[in-house]
Design a protein. Structure first.
Length: 199
């Protein structure tokens, strides 16, 4: 009965490890310490210790994810009829696209699927890829909107433009809006002072 309760308490999951812990585990393994001793010392699951083969984490799906994220992002950007404001519909469309690419035997992504994972449904990986694509789309949309608003704010009306003598000294591309406003107010104050001196 005790052996059954012990088996029930044993964790079947892999535990997360930091890069420092991974480095320490690799070093201990290289110095001949057994996995059981390492797991007891670090209070980590023995399966986790046994699974660590190198300091840096290596995703089996790393190349596949990267390639599909680029593919999906390009597809969303090229399809102008997609409503990217509606996140649910966008996620459904992208999810369908990624599933199609992973199930087609002629797909360019088939060779990137790890051999031992070819029969799995890859639901978790597909969801990560879809989330990454949507995040990338919204990030690029936000960057474009920020650039547009910044460019609109940098446009100086005709009456505010400095005269031709001062244009060669200003590099407007490097100035922030506040710096341009400050420079403009200084310019106006100096011209008012010069007019007062003349009168």
């Amino acid at each position: 009965m005790d052996s059954k309760s012990q088996k029930g308490n044993r964790s079947k999951k892999y535990e997360k490890t930091t890069s420092e812990e991974r480095a320490m585990i690799i070093l201990m393994k290289e110095n001949g310490v057994s996995c059981k001793e390492i797991s007891e010392a670090l209070k980590k699951n023995i399966k986790t210790i046994q699974s660590i083969k190198s300091i840096e984490k290596r995703s089996e799906y790393g190349e596949l994810k990267k390639a599909l994220i680029e593919f999906g992002y390009d597809w969303v950007i090229q399809n102008k009829n997609l409503n990217i404001e509606n996140t649910r519909k966008l996620a459904k469309s992208v999810n369908r696209l990624i599933k199609e690419q992973l199930t087609l035997k002629t797909s360019q992504f088939q060779k990137l699927i790890p051999e031992q994972k070819r029969l799995s449904n890859k639901r978790r990986i597909i969801q990560q890829i879809v989330d990454s694509i949507i995040q990338k789309v919204f990030n690029s949309k936000q960057v474009l909107e920020n650039l547009e608003t910044t460019n609109q704010q940098k446009i100086i009306p005709k009456e505010e433009e400095p005269d031709d003598q001062n244009k060669e000294y200003l590099n407007i591309g490097q100035l922030t809006i506040l710096q341009m406003y400050y420079a403009y107010t200084q310019f106006i104050q100096q011209s008012i002072q010069q007019n007062d001196l003349k009168n």
